[in-house]
Design a protein around this ligand. Sequence first.
Ligand SMILES: C[S@@+](CC[C@H](N)C(=O)[O-])C[C@H]1O[C@@H](n2cnc3c(N)ncnc32)[C@H](O)[C@@H]1O
Length: 439
Amino acid sequence: MEREGGRPAAVVAVVTERRFAQRYREYLEKEKLLNRQHRVKTMPDGTVALPVLGEALREQHLRELRNRVAPGSTCALAQLLDPVPSKKAQSCSPAQRLCLQVSRWVESQGVTWSAALEADLPRSWQRHGNLLLLSEDCFKAEQWKNLEPELWETVASALGVQRLAKRGRVSPDGTRTPAVTLLLGDDGWVEHVDNGIRYNFDITQCMFSFGNITEKLRVASLPCVGQVLVDLYAGIGYFTLPFLVHAAAAFVHACEWNPHAVVALRKNLELNGVLDRCQIHFGDNRKLKLSNIADRVNLGLIPSSEEGWPIACQVLRKDAGGILHIHQNVESSPGKILQPPRSSEMEEEHWPHPQQIITNHRGNGATRDSRRKGLSVATKPEWHRWAESAETRIAALLQQVHGKAWKTQILHIQLVKSYAPHVDHIVLDLECRPCPLVG
Ligand SMILES: C[S@@+](CC[C@H](N)C(=O)[O-])C[C@H]1O[C@@H](n2cnc3c(N)ncnc32)[C@H](O)[C@@H]1O
C-alpha cells in the first residue's frame, strides 16, 4: 500500500464484483464520476474498488449501476485508504502533484479542502539541490498554521526535496539579506555550480540572483590578465570568482559587510582554489583604506551603487586609471527603443544578446554625440541619459579625489535583466583615464 506525503489518505470508491468492474468503469467514465487520480484496486476478497468523485456521486447513479448497467451486481460505497496514485497523477506537473498530495493529506487531517486553500498553494519556487525555496505569496492562510510542521513534510515529499524554505522580502537594510525562513531541514546551505565555479551559501542569510547570469558570464570573458580589481559589493563572490577563475585577474580586493556572506565568500574562494589571490575587506566599503591600486572596480549593487562612487574613484590607479563596472536599475517608459545603426557599424561582439548591449568603439575624447552614433545596437534612451549623467558625475568625482582632470568614456552598456516592469538592471562600463599633465 502506497503512502504519499507521509500520511494516509482516503478516497470514496464504488466496490463491485470483478466480472462487473469493466461495465462499472465505462459507466463511471461516461458520467465523469471516475476519479482518475487514483488506481482501481482489487480488494482482499476479490472485489474491485473503483475510486470515484464522491461529491458528484448520487444515489441514482448507484441504482443505475445495480439495475441497468450490471443487473445482479453488488454495488457498495467504501472509503479506500491509502489510494495509489494513477499513472496520470504521477505524470502530472509538480504544481498539480503538490495540489493533489497536499489536499489529500489535509483532508486526512480532518480539514476540509477548499478553493481558498488551493489558491494559497505555491505556483513558483526555486530548486537549490535538495532544498526548495518557496515564494512569499503562498501558505498565507491561517488554517495552515494548525497543520505545521507535518505539512512541510507533505509539501517536500510532493516536490521531491528534503528541505524547504520560504522567501520574504529582501531586507532594505543594505545587506540585501533575504528574509528566508527554513521550514524543513537542519540548515540552509546550498551549492550552485555555474560556468565551472562552485558557489556555496546559506540561503537564509545571503542573496543569490539567478538573473545575473549574463553579467557573470560577461565578467568571466573580460580581459583582466594581470589586473588588480576591487569588488565593492562582493557578496558570496558572484563576480569576484569569475574575475579570478576565468578572467585571470591577478588579485581581487573583495569588500563585503554581511558577515554571513563573508563566510560564504571565503569558503567559495577556497573551494575554487583562488583564496591566495583575494583579500576580503569585511566592513563598510565607504570606509575602505585602499587607494591607487585598481585597474577595474566592480560596483554590483542595485538599485544603485552611487554611494560607492567616491571610493571607486579613490581606488583607481592614479597613473593609469581603469574601468568601472557600474550597476544600476534604470526606469524607462514603454516603447522607446533607439534603433540600431547600419550593420557595418556593428561590433564583432561575441556577447550573447545583441539587443542587450551597446558598445562604443570611438577613441578617447569623442564627443557625446559622436559616442552616441558609435553605440552599436537597439537600446533605450533612458539608459543613455543615465549613463551620461553618471559619466559627468564620476568625471567630477575623479577630479575632486585625485586633484587633476580625468577623461571618461562610456565603453559599453549591458542589460543584465529586466528587474520589474519598465525597470532594467544595466551595467555601465566606464573607462576613466587621468589626463596627461600639460606643459
Ligand atoms: C547585490 S548583493 C551581492 C552582489 C554580489 N555581487 C553577489 O551576487 O553575490 C550586494 C552585496 O553588497 C553588500 N553591501 C552593500 N552595501 C555595502 C557596503 N556599503 N559595504 C560593503 N558591502 C556592502 C551586501 O551585503 C551584499 O552582499
